[in-house]
Write a protein that binds this ligand. Structure first.
Ligand code: ADP
Length: 326
């Protein structure tokens, strides 16, 4: 069925949560009810707040008595119906993912009118915060993260999952400063029907700065996994320069710039640009018509990766942890 005109309207902004939509602060100890593999249930000691999302709040949680640390993501059980279905999809998709660069999902349970998810703890914030703090990464650091993110995308796509909202703010950093993709709230499963025909999701979604132009084309019946490859191109640009390429004050202007590929690499006062030709070519290759974008395997074979220095994790961690003075 062709999508209804209303379904093709770009989302102006994500559904804004009101204060009442956020869950109340949790108790100092959250009990996990007994389940088949944990007949005695479990208890989490709640620690500091990690962050607030649309409808979720995340806290640090320590499982007793092992003291293993997790991120406890909590949402109110009663949510507006639109958020309810978003959350169900998120749960369904995220719980099936297992990859070293995807936030590991462990459990979901209910307690006191709230649903709790236990997730792998990423104690070093998001890639966006780190990149902003450092006012952009070096090309070697961009190489390190790009390979990790491309690996996670390859894995998701092989499982028939399109993330659709890949951006630096949805990529978290673990204790070793590795990238972990989180927040599957807008992800979609490509369902393969009886006749093996792919049913594509037609909803418009994503964050304006990272959204691929073909999602905006009226009359298209869907979009596929190559939208994540566009976002990967935007992420590479943003990691290096600390700003997404099509940044503008209005969403319409961002879309116009993305459609027209209107972006510039930054240069200094005297007009010099220190960005390598390889990374420029890589980004240009990802920011083009879907059929020409590199697959994750092709991406990591690009000269930017094969002819440049690739730092090891051991080398990266101490440097990335450093907080430059404000
Ligand atoms: P929402 O789905 O409502 O957008 P998020 O998944 O983005 O919620 O979580 C809200 C905030 O909680 C994030 O911005 C981040 O600061 C923090 N957070 C989420 N997941 C983790 C995690 N696994 N480890 C550490 N902090 C996290």
């Amino acid at each position: 069925l062709p999508p209804k005109a209303t379904e093709l309207k770009p989302r102006a902004a994500p559904v804004k949560a009101k204060n009442k939509d956020h869950p109340p602060p949790p108790p100092a100890e959250v009990p996990e009810p007994p389940s088949a593999d944990r007949p005695n249930g479990a208890t989490y000691t709640v620690g500091k707040m990690l962050g607030k999302g649309g409808f979720a709040i995340c806290y640090e949680g320590q499982l007793q008595p092992t003291r293993q640390r997790f991120a406890l993501k909590m949402v109110k059980k009663q949510m507006p119906s639109k958020m309810e279905s978003k959350f169900q999809t998120e749960l369904q998709i995220h719980s099936k993912m297992k990859h070293k660069n995807i936030v590991q999902f462990f459990r979901a349970f209910s307690f006191n009118e709230c649903t709790y998810l236990t997730l792998e703890l990423c104690p070093n914030g998001s890639l966006m915060d780190m990149v902003k703090r450092r006012k952009g990464l070096t090309e070697a650091e961009v190489r390190f993260y790009s390979v990790q993110i491309a690996g996670a995308i390859k894995y998701m796509h092989a499982k028939g999952v399109i993330h659709r909202d890949l951006k630096m703010g949805n990529i978290f950093l673990d204790a070793g400063m590795n990238a972990k993709i989180g927040d599957f709230g807008l992800a979609a499963l490509l369902v393969t029907g009886k006749d093996m025909q792919t049913i594509r999701r037609t909803t418009l979604c994503g964050t304006p700065n990272y959204i691929a132009p073909e999602i905006l084309e009226k009359g298209r019946t869907g979009h596929d996994h190559s939208v994540d490859l566009w976002s990967l191109g935007v992420i590479v640009f943003a990691m290096l320069t600390s700003k997404p390429p099509f940044q503008s004050t209005t969403t319409d202007e961002i879309y116009r710039r993305a459609r027209e590929l209107d972006y510039e690499w930054p240069s200094n006062d005297t007009g010099q640009c220190f960005t390598s030709d390889e990374i420029k070519d890589l980004v240009a290759t990802m920011l083009q018509d879907p059929k020409y974008r590199l697959s994750p395997d092709e991406f990591i074979e690009h000269p930017f990766f094969t002819s440049g220095y690739m730092p090891s994790e051991a080398e990266m961690t101490p440097r990335l942890r450093e907080l430059p003075p404000d």
